[in-house]
Design a protein. Structure first.
Length: 477
């Protein structure tokens, strides 16, 4: 969107006029400050509640970016330039103008296409334009909570918190992350001067019930990866959060899929809205080299070791179905001298964060994970994804392989498939509208099972009373 389309900074001229609150779109621009994250964490890289939220000095001579066309608040534009963002992705180009116009928005796009920035950039720009120079100079972050972002997993909430802090480095905004497994009292103290909060449904509801999270001044609620929240059993929690945030003026949903459950949620809680749809098969398949190998179930570990040894991924993720399999497979990889660590929901949150930070820094090349890592991991330059176990859901396959080839980069995905996995493979190929290339690893060929009735025919050809090991032709002769 060009500057002329915005008509001369409309997002700044009315920023301090707060209009009547409603669950629908906003008639008037909003003022005040915003901050986000999860309790116990917010994140400039460490997801710490202790992040100050103070504004940094505004730099000079910043490079130009195409985000300038959206007419954002200058300090948010500066943060975007410092972060190295240059060109908006398709989902960002579609959502940012709509969110700036304070509309309810539903965005659908594949994992790894920039959905987090698609809602954070405009929401924080609305905030940044409301910050007067006197308050910026004072530099003290303050509440009340104006943006609430709900995420299905701790990892995704932490990623959102880190992104929020990155985008508000030049305005006095505090981001707080709220999720389980971290001290409640620390999160409660941090919420007192927070404007943006990101968290998981259960912990957010706990804080609301304790009176620690006040949503009476809420401008916007974002449900990020809402389909995943439903998959994880947060249906009732999502309803409660939406009912508890009736003061909101704007509702934003993002999702990789829009199934009937999500459509029911939209009809019930969102009302009039705009949609931005980025088709999956134009994004998922083209940049990722996808292959699969048929393998005997008993030989899957041996084939995996050969694949990893040959590919030698600089940074790869191996996906497994269960926590027990993650533990066992990681141990086997380590015994063979392959640098591997694991992550699943059974690990304490501090350890999960420590392992992810080490993986980001390249201190080991292979992360073995359950689907807890298929969404929300803000890790750049994943070169390979290996599905040791094919996922039961075709959508989960899309999220897994979406860890690589992010934001236009190249990547590879390898899947190990047993003969019993055929229906899952078919469902995946139908969803992505592409046949995944089959390859054969020498020494791991799998004989196809005989057609139904073949064994019966062989048995019928043998005269009665002749044992299976007998040479029938010789006896007849």
């Amino acid at each position: 969107m060009s500057d002329s389309q915005h008509g001369g900074h409309p997002h700044r001229s009315r920023r301090n006029e707060r209009g009547p609150r409603s669950g629908g779109g906003r008639g008037n621009q909003r003022g005040g400050s915003r901050d986000g994250g999860r309790g116990g964490g917010g994140g400039g890289g460490r997801t710490s509640v202790g992040h100050s939220g103070h504004a940094e000095p505004l730099p000079t001579d910043l490079p130009a970016t195409e985000f300038a066309a959206f007419d954002l608040a200058p300090r948010i534009e500066a943060a975007i330039a410092v972060a190295g963002y240059v060109t908006p992705s398709p989902i960002q180009a579609g959502m940012i103008p709509l969110v700036l116009d304070e509309k309810n928005v539903v965005g659908r796009a594949q994992t790894g296409t920039g959905k987090t920035a698609a809602f954070l950039v405009p929401l924080l720009a609305l905030l940044g334009a409301s910050e007067d120079e006197e308050r910026i100079a004072k530099g003290e972050p303050e509440g009340p909570v104006r943006i609430l972002v709900v995420a299905p997993t701790r990892e995704l909430a932490i990623q959102i918190g880190k992104e929020s802090e990155k985008l508000t480095r030049f305005v006095p905004v505090r981001t707080v992350c709220c999720y389980g497994g971290t001290p409640l009292d620390t999160q409660i103290r941090a919420l007192k001067n927070a404007s943006v909060v990101a968290g998981t449904p259960g912990r957010l509801l706990d804080l609301i019930n304790r009176g620690a999270l006040d949503l009476s001044h809420l401008d916007a609620i974002v449900l990020d990866e809402v389909d995943r929240m439903y998959d994880l059993g947060f249906r009732e929690d999502v309803d409660r959060l939406l009912n508890a945030s009736k003061s909101r003026q704007q509702t934003i949903l993002t999702s990789a899929t829009l199934n009937s459950d999500v459509e029911d949620l939209i009809a019930k809680h969102v009302g009039e809205h705009e949609r931005v749809i980025i088709e999956t098969n134009s994004l998922t398949v083209e940049a990722i080299d996808q292959t699969f190998y048929f393998v005997d179930p008993r030989r899957k570990p041996d084939l995996l070791f050969e694949v990893i040894k040959t590919l030698d991924p600089p940074k790869g993720i191996i996906f497994v179905r269960t926590r027990f399999s993650v533990d066992r497979l990681t141990y086997q990889l380590q015994q063979r001298g392959m640098g591997a660590e694991l992550i699943h929901s059974g690990l304490p949150q501090p350890k999960r964060e420590r392992i992810l930070e080490m993986f980001r820094e390249g201190k080991f090349p292979i992360l073995v994970a359950t689907d807890v890592a298929s969404r929300g991991l803000d890790i750049d330059d994943i070169t390979h994804v290996v599905n040791f176990d094919i996922p039961n859901s075709a959508e989960d396959y899309v999220h897994r392989v979406g860890r690589t080839a992010r934001m236009g980069k190249e990547g590879a995905a390898v899947t190990l498939v047993t003969m019993d996995d055929g229906p899952y493979l078919t469902a995946i190929e139908k969803l992505i509208n592409k046949e995944i290339r089959q390859e054969i690893w020498p020494g791991f060929e799998v004989k196809k099972p005989e057609p139904a009735g073949a064994k019966a025919k062989k048995k019928a050809a043998r005269p009665p009373g002749v044992p299976p090991w007998a040479n029938v032709a010789r006896r007849r002769k």
